[in-house]
Design a protein around this ligand. Structure first.
Ligand code: C2E
Ligand code: CA
Ligand code: CA
Length: 648
């Protein structure tokens, strides 16, 4: 394969011709095709077959070169692709015939210099066929030819190089060689040119097919995968779940479905924005994905929900998987510069025990996930009776969201009285929800509902706004008693809580003593380290902090000692029963002693009658709160109450 100086085809050779022997020969119908045209014609028809029967691009190229050599009898054929690299190299991609080993070694280019001006480079650069009929006779090529012949390349006498054009662009070349000089007459060239065009068309078709297939795969991927996390979506999950249920039935093996609800998702998107919410989901998915084992499927079930399908797994396997996934989310995730705990509550439903159709399994695992929020383990199995309860709760959640937004809640408060002086010394803010249809909803119920529905931040923010406004009104009127606001476990993780409170102090210009915070012992124990940090920040504001419902949260003395709190409130269940139950009486007495030993004030809640009051007075309890003093009343009425009550 000697690269000689190019000779561009005369324009009359440019026209495509019919595939007939006559046209191929370029003569009248009565004449026979020349030997040259005849071999080209054979090649063309064999090439047609290749075109129709090749399954991919490389096979097409390989087979095309092969038929040119085997059917056409040409000694060498090869195809190169033009690269757009710096050298403008021509990369051989297929070849057949004698001397193929040297094609690679030639390092051809299509640059307009040196070897690039040979037939191959010229054909690629100009997009026109280049025919060299007398490689031997070109004095300029003697040295180059000798060099190649020395390296073992047969001494071809003629070459025809055709550009491969796809969509108007030259993709590469088809080069065909002949042993004899003066090969590739006009008729032969026409036919071979047609062959090259067919080849280019075949390449384009394969590429289009590949692109279509890729597009189809993308479309299918999009239909069955979640765009945010890349995990299979609910649609795909359902498909797989349906098949798994059938298999489970056939093989008599159980199946477990785990629904992972992301904690505080709503709060995070509400406070930090939608994108941070997505970022959280992506991070969680990235941490969960490596924990998924063969045969398990992790999918995105809903906005704040992942689902793990455990085909062939029962209760034990489900617990093992739940622990594995919870363990994978130990480290906090950074969002907007804040470290957020990525926690999930996992609900488990088993097939066939809890259901044997996709919908009920998914629904029941979701219900169980709600319950899991209350459990220390972080996971819970579906329990039959929850379902009906759940329906009511779902309806209420929607109502609650609206009630908060529409300002339908009311601020109540309950007085606290100093036992020694019998004087009002503060009040606790208690929220009320008069439901337009259902009447007053029990506060405990809807606060828990808010915790489940990710509504605790909006609720707390509402109460804070109302409490600051009320405290300001009291201070303005000369009533100086502090107002205590309850914070939930979820609030302790609300990244915006602290700034909100600071902003309210600035807005109303209230002194720190005007507002206090009550945090239940169990809320503190949910995340002792995190709670300590939040309390420390609140304490920086100068406010008093109370541990609420003390005695129900199993905190250790050493932990308590390190918390920046000012007082403890003995849970009303002990106080209300301290007359009737010796156990309760002992707990109340020892809690008072414990508190005082730690230099904390002690408040008893649930003081329902004078006997309890008297007993607490003897035990040295500092403050009492309960029906004996007053039930909770609308906050705005506290001043009137104070005027007319003995507890001034
Ligand atoms: P808590 O903080 O322990 O509030 C005291 C609860 O005991 C109040 O119930 C109050 O009405 C009730 N109570 C008061 N005196 C007596 C008494 O002498 N005997 C008995 N048996 N009960 C008495 P409420 O208002 O229904 O609140 C229930 C719980 O809901 C509260 O318990 C608190 O944990 C939560 N909660 C109430 N308001 C809020 C709020 O604004 N934010 C948050 N995060 N939680 C709140
Ligand atoms: Ca409280
Ligand atoms: Ca309490």
């Amino acid at each position: 394969m000697v690269e000689d100086k190019p000779m561009l085809l005369p324009p009359d050779c440019d026209n495509r011709t019919d595939r007939t022997a006559d046209a191929a020969a370029g003569r009248g119908a009565a004449q026979q095709p020349s030997g040259h045209a005849y071999r080209a014609l054979k090649t063309l028809s064999a090439g047609n077959h290749v075109l129709l029967h090749s399954s991919d691009e490389q096979q097409l190229l390989d087979r095309m070169c092969k038929v040119i050599v085997e059917e056409g009898g040409y000694p060498l054929a090869w195809v190169g692709y033009a690269e757009n690299d710096e050298r403008r190299s021509i990369r051989p991609v297929a070849h057949a015939g004698v001397g193929v080993g040297l094609v690679d070694a030639l390092r051809l280019t299509w640059a307009d210099e040196g070897i690039g001006r040979g037939p191959t480079g010229t054909a690629v650069r100009t997009g026109e066929p280049v025919i060299a009929r007398n490689l031997h006779g070109d004095p300029d090529l003697v040295d180059a030819r000798n060099l190649l012949v020395e390296r073992g390349l047969p001494d071809y006498a003629s070459a025809a190089v055709f550009p491969l054009r796809v969509d108007g662009q030259v993709l590469g070349n088809l080069s065909i060689y002949a042993d004899e000089p003066d090969a590739f007459d006009e008729a032969e060239v026409r036919l071979l040119r047609e062959l090259a065009e067919d080849l280019a068309f075949g390449i384009a078709s394969h590429r289009t097919r590949v692109r279509h297939e890729a597009a189809e795969r993308t479309i299918e991927h999009m239909a069955f995968h979640d765009a945010v996390t890349g995990l299979p979506n609910r649609l795909r999950l359902r498909e797989v779940l349906e098949a798994a249920i059938v298999r489970s039935r056939d093989t008599h093996r159980p199946l477990a479905l785990l629904v992972l609800k992301v904690e505080h998702f709503q709060e995070i998107t509400d406070s930090l924005g939608y994108r941070e919410g997505e970022h959280l989901l992506i991070e969680i998915a990235a941490r969960l994905a490596p924990l998924v084992r063969d045969g398990e499927l992790l999918a995105r079930g809903a906005e704040d929900e992942f689902v793990l399908l455990l085909a062939g797994g029962g209760a034990n396997e489900a617990i093992e998987a739940a622990k594995r996934l919870i363990g994978g989310l130990n480290e906090s995730i950074e969002l907007c510069g804040l470290m957020v705990n990525a926690r999930v509550s996992i609900g488990i439903a088993l097939c066939p025990g809890h259901g044997s159709d996709p919908d009920s399994l998914l629904r029941r695992a979701s219900v169980a996930a709600m319950e899991a929020r209350r459990s220390a383990a972080g996971y819970a199995f579906y329990v039959g009776s929850l379902d009906q309860d759940h329906t009511r709760r779902l309806a209420l959640m929607g109502d609650l969201r609206r009630a908060i937004a529409d300002n339908e809640l009311q601020l109540y408060c309950q007085p606290k009285v100093c036992i020694a002086t019998r004087k009002l010394c503060g009040a606790e803010a208690l929220v009320r929800w008069p439901h337009p249809r259902l009447g007053m909803i029990a506060t405990g119920e809807f606060v828990r509902l808010a915790e489940h529905a990710g509504l605790i931040s909006p609720l707390t923010h509402w109460v804070l706004d109302a409490a600051f406004s009320q405290a300001y009104a009291w201070h303005d009127a000369g009533c100086r008693q502090p107002l205590a606001v309850n914070l939930s476990a979820h609030d302790l993780r609300d990244p915006l809580l602290f700034d909100h409170i600071k902003g309210l102090f600035a807005t109303w210009g209230l002194p720190a003593r005007a507002i206090q915070f009550e945090l239940t012992e169990s809320a503190l124990m949910e995340d002792p380290g995190g709670a300590q940090q939040t309390l420390a920040r609140l304490k920086q504001l100068g406010v008093e902090l109370y541990i609420d419902d003390f005695g129900t949260g199993y905190s250790s003395l050493s932990y308590l000692r390190h918390l920046p709190v000012d007082a403890i409130k003995i849970d009303q269940s002990f106080v209300a029963s301290m007359i009737a139950s010796d156990d309760s009486a002992i707990i109340v007495r020892s809690t008072i002693e414990l508190g005082h030993n730690l230099d904390l004030r002690v408040i008893a809640e649930g003081v329902e009658n004078a006997r309890i009051w008297d007993r607490l007075a003897v035990l040295g309890c500092d403050v009492a709160q309960g029906y004996y003093v007053s039930p909770p009343l609308p906050a705005a009425r506290l001043r009137d109450w104070k005027q007319s009550s003995p507890w001034r």
